[in-house]
Design a protein around this ligand. Structure first.
Ligand code: 3PG
Length: 206
């Protein structure tokens, strides 16, 4: 099993994917991996998502996880589909306890000091800061990081190629996530690879 640190530091950006057509899954994954982004978060927001995860696992070099996991039931379904990591937009005691007992790591979402305290109580120190821009942006995360020094974040929500370097410059930020890499299914694979290469070239702090 990979741990969250190795997943969060494999590349500076985790593409957040909304896959509408299963047949797009492998071409999208191949295009992103070719551009240098191996960690792929498939959101469970479409009927195709679980099959997309199953399909993407065949792509060499891809590290495929599930996002928008809201309940223990969805957690189990995502694990059964082969997810190597799980992302949730928030943290609940029910989901946290289910994940703590599982062999696949959970990156839970937080947006406040109370959220982070709840996550820490449940044993999580690697967290998604979501929705990053509308939760106060970089000033908010700087304030939170000064209090919770042992926590590392993946900000997601409003991150772009332009603002990602500012987030990645924060010592508490291990990587960022975003949907900007894939916009129109697999129809523009060359453009996906080009955007992935730009994102992969962004440097996360050591
Ligand atoms: C997520 O699913 O994590 C966010 O909705 C992604 O936000 P973005 O579309 O602003 O990148």
């Amino acid at each position: 099993m990979r741990d969250l640190d190795s997943i969060m530091t494999a590349a500076p950006v985790i593409p957040v994917l909304v896959i509408d057509r299963v047949e797009d899954a492998v071409p999208i994954a191949e295009a992103l991996v070719a551009g240098g982004l191996p960690v792929l978060e498939v959101t469970l927001r479409t009927p195709a998502a679980l099959d997309a995860i199953r399909a993407m696992k065949s792509v060499e070099g891809a590290i495929v996880g599930a996002g928008t996991v809201l309940t223990p039931e969805l957690f189990d379904a995502a694990v059964e589909a082969g997810s190597e990591f799980i992302v949730s937009p928030g943290i609940t005691e029910t989901l946290g306890r289910a994940a703590a007992a599982a062999h696949v790591p959970l990156l839970p979402g937080v947006s406040s000091a109370g959220d982070i305290m709840r996550a820490l109580e449940l044993g999580f120190t690697r967290l998604k800061f979501f929705p990053a821009m509308t939760s106060g942006g970089i000033p908010a995360l700087k304030s939170l990081s000064s209090v919770f020094g042992n926590v590392r974040f993946c900000p997601t929500g409003g991150i772009t190629l332009d603002n990602a370097p500012d987030w990645l410059a924060l010592p508490s930020v291990a990587c960022v996530g975003g949907t900007w890499l894939v916009q129109n299914g697999a129809s523009d694979a060359a453009a996906i690879t080009a955007r992935a290469a730009q994102a992969a070239a962004l440097r996360a702090p050591a």
